[in-house]
Design a protein around this ligand. Structure first.
Ligand SMILES: Nc1ncnc2c1ncn2[C@@H]1O[C@H](COP(=O)(O)OP(=O)(O)OP(=O)(O)O)[C@@H](O)[C@H]1O
Ligand SMILES: [Mg+2]
Length: 348
């Protein structure tokens, strides 16, 4: 796509001279002969660069520049001010008004082309960076929204359906006491209790309530211990004392990492010992899950678990690594950069 340049000058000859300098350079040139028109046109065409003359009747170039900078859509557009005044005061005024660069009249063709090229290159780079930042923010918002929805479903499963089933059991017990079908009712009650437990487990996996009430360290520790008792595997959990409080998206990322890696250990590793550790260094917070199982060389094509974790970690600017060798066990490590993941307080 051609870069769009808007030339603003009250002097038609000035515009014609500049236009001729860009002739056949692959730019799309537009022009305005006063400040008001320049502002209107800029909003319409969204130029990649504005070349702005200072001395104009009515609104001068400095004022146009200031107004552009306070128009959200145009606040970032590169502006080069063209001035016959080669004095310090007017340059300072230009900087104050928000100009990116200056060119002194009469304009040197070579210099103009070079400056324009540099500014457009820098601007493309800046746009790319902003786009990347926006994408990352959007990805975080998607993860947050997904977690919010899980939180809601988890609460509904636990509170709503859970209460309904408990009421159901009470009714069954009531009828049981009035009939002689004692064993049949016992079976129905046992089934209902089973459903409640299963549902609570689903609610818990969907959104660990502990993460909201007790924070990350307790949630990780509780999950590790429950995993140990469910799987009959000896598991140790260690956490540094000075783990900072992480944002929700970062906490849930580490929690999901623990869930998936422990599930993988049960499913694939044949391990007899598992170690979970949460630590901080100057720059990162790191979750490490190690087992002494059979290890593996490369991941199978079918599984989603590890690739999902890689994506989750990348989304929040973190890193995910696996160190594994056949018969030597597996170490999985997820690391998040501290300054992006932390909130201000510290958890004890
Ligand atoms: N701790 C481990 N010990 C041994 N092998 C492992 C371990 N963790 C992962 N693997 C190997 O890596 C593969 C990929 O794991 P991944 O979690 O991506 O998929 P999965 O567990 O097979 O399926 P999914 O997670 O989608 O239910 C596993 O199939 C297994 O072969
Ligand atoms: Mg898996």
């Amino acid at each position: 796509m051609k870069s769009k340049i808007l030339i603003v000058d009250d002097d038609p000859l000035g515009i014609a001279t500049l236009e001729s300098m860009f002739h056949n350079q692959g730019f799309e040139i537009s022009q305005a002969q006063n400040g008001m028109n320049a502002l209107k046109l800029a909003e319409q065409i969204m130029p990649d660069l504005i070349l702005l003359d200072v001395m104009m009747p009515g609104m001068d170039g400095f004022e146009v520049c200031r107004r552009l900078r306070t128009t959200p859509k145009l606040a970032e557009v590169p502006i080069i001010i063209l001035t016959a005044l080669d004095d310090r005061a007017s340059r300072l005024q230009g900087i104050e008004a928000g100009a990116d660069d200056f060119l002194t009249k009469p304009i040197d063709r070579q210099e103009l082309r070079l400056r324009v090229k540099t500014i457009l290159r820098l601007d493309r780079y800046r746009t790319l960076l902003t786009q990347r930042e926006n994408l990352q923010k959007m990805a975080e918002r998607v993860v947050s929204a997904q977690e919010e929805e899980r939180k809601r479903l988890s609460r509904e499963l636990h509170d709503d359906l859970g209460q309904a089933l408990i009421a159901h059991i009470l009714k069954l017990k009531n009828i049981q006491s009035q009939t002689n079908l004692h064993n049949e009712f016992d079976k129905l009650i046992e089934d209902a209790n089973h459903i409640i437990n299963r549902m609570r487990q689903i609610a818990q996996d969907m959104r660990p309530a502990l993460l909201d009430t007790m924070g990350l360290v307790s949630a990780l520790e509780t999950h590790t211990k429950e995993f140990g008792s469910r799987s009959n595997l000896p598991v140790t959990f260690e956490a540094d004392v000075d783990i900072p409080k992480l944002s929700d998206v970062h906490s849930i990322t580490l929690y999901r990492t623990l869930q998936e890696t422990l599930t993988n250990i049960i499913k694939h590793s044949n391990a007899t010992q598992v170690w979970v550790e949460l630590s901080v260094d100057e720059k990162n917070i790191i979750l490490t899950v190690q087992d002494n199982g059979i290890g593996f060389v490369s991941t199978s094509q079918n599984g989603m678990g590890i690739s999902n974790l890689r994506e989750r970690l990348a989304l929040v600017g973190g890193a995910f690594t696996i160190t594994s060798a056949l018969s030597k066990g597996t170490i999985v490590s997820a690391s998040l950069p501290l300054e992006e993941s932390t909130q201000t307080e510290f958890v004890k």
